[in-house]
Design a protein around this ligand. Structure first.
Ligand code: FEO
Length: 412
């Protein structure tokens, strides 16, 4: 049936029936520069089953994709792996139109769905390790609580080794391609890292535990089908994304520094560039992210696995410049680990910003830099030289943290 949107086969009797959001650029504060997809999956079993739905405005797209293979009112089961509204937003309409026999969710999912949609009291709760029959095949469930919501759970087709992983192993990446092996790996790695850094980072310990549970259970995957971005279907891609998640969750500090800042009249910008120069001279890889050009989520991405966060702000009305305060509040919530924190900035007369930044870095459990860099008004040649020396001093500390002698130099 031609209806403008077509289901994409993922495996025998398993179809992608999601939606492509080319326009979204701000996903609750996360800059989605490449848009996103909301992935839903249809299993054409004896009891046709829909796994997750899509964000509310995309209902028609999902229904039309389903209709390209079966009449949507034939769906008997809906499984909700995750209650966040980008996956449950059109669930009420689906229930109204399709009238499934049952909706399954985790115990917490049942509660969160009821909190979002008060009439959804008929959800059947499934527990970790439960299995349900779809007639000619089974689905098993694994709770993944707090990855990244209390309700999150995996659904798994053991016979086909297909994992429906909700947000896990996903990324915000809109395109007409559906499979990871159809993308440039640089883009995939960057967007997957950005997703981990901005969504999963606070739960890194739980990610490590989950990957351990998956290994212990002997779960193997022929396909990993997340709720955003491409489906992983080759052995090498699956191994790679699992390995990347394992690495990112450990947050082992690398010999890299992130310098982020904003400026009023260019003085803190000049200081930032001199500090970055000193870091680079000391053999440290430096990522410089002025907040007029980069978003808070770019900074979070850069910080994942970095050995230092170096934050610059002018003093405005006795405080931190607003964009810098914003990025610090955001990063603090993401609870990054294992990094040195340092502050710098130009000031006119009172100069509180550097101390306030240091206090927030302390609250983030950043390792103290042992020094700071404040200059009044416009840095002269001597001021720039001091900033360069500050960068070199930080380079030595970062080298100690990342386990490399400063004399080894080189970037990584
Ligand atoms: Fe894609 Fe946590 O929602």
């Amino acid at each position: 049936m031609m209806n403008g949107f077509t289901a994409v086969p993922v495996a025998k009797d398993v179809f992608w029936v999601g939606a492509i959001d080319l326009n979204v650029r701000n996903f609750h504060g996360y800059s989605t520069d490449r848009g996103t997809t909301y992935n839903a999956y249809l299993i054409l079993a004896e009891k046709p089953t829909l796994i997750d739905t899509v964000k509310a405005p995309f209902l028609r797209e999902m229904l039309n994709r389903i209709a390209s293979v079966i009449n949507p009112d034939r769906i008997e089961y809906v499984i909700s792996n995750h209650s966040e509204m980008d996956h449950s937003g059109c669930l009420p309409q689906v229930m109204d139109l399709v009238k499934p026999d049952k909706v399954f969710a985790s115990v917490m999912g049942r509660k969160t769905l009821a909190a979002h949609f008060p009439f959804m009291s008929s959800v059947t709760a499934v527990r970790d390790g439960d299995r349900i029959s779809l007639g000619d095949r089974e689905v098993s469930f694994m709770e993944t609580r707090m990855l990244h919501w209390p309700d999150s759970m995996f659904s798994y087709l053991p016979a086909e080794r297909i994992l429906f992983s909700h947000d896990a192993f996903g990324m915000h990446l809109a395109s007409m391609e559906r499979f990871a092996d159809e993308f440039d790996t640089v883009v995939l790695s960057y967007e997957a890292k950005k997703y981990f850094a901005n969504i999963l980072l606070p739960y890194s310990n739980l990610v490590t535990a989950l990957l351990g549970r998956v290994k212990e259970a002997g779960m193997e995957f022929s396909i990993i089908a997340p709720d955003h971005g491409p489906v992983w279907r080759t052995e090498s891609d699956i191994r790679r994304i699992l390995g990347l998640w394992e690495t990112w969750a450990h947050q082992k500090p690398s010999c890299k520094a992130v310098v982020t800042y904003d400026t009023m009249w260019g003085s803190t910008d000049l200081m930032a560039r001199a500090v970055a120069d000193g870091l680079a001279s000391g053999g440290i890889t430096v990522e410089v992210l002025p907040l007029r050009a980069f978003s808070r989520s770019d900074v979070a991405t850069a910080l994942l696995g970095a050995g230092a966060l170096i934050v610059g702000s002018p003093t405005l009305n006795n405080g931190i410049f607003p964009t810098v305060a914003d990025v610090l509040a955001y990063l603090k919530g993401l609870r990054p680990k294992n990094f040195i924190g340092a502050a710098f900035g130009s000031y006119g007369w009172s100069g509180e910003a550097v101390g306030l930044i240091e206090r927030i870095l302390g609250e983030m459990d950043a390792k103290p830099a042992g020094d700071r860099m404040r200059l009044q008004y416009v840095p002269d040649a001597e001021g720039c030289a001091k900033c360069g020396e500050f960068g070199e001093m930080l380079a030595k500390k970062i080298s100690e943290l990342c386990g490399r002698a400063p004399s080894e130099g080189g970037n990584e």
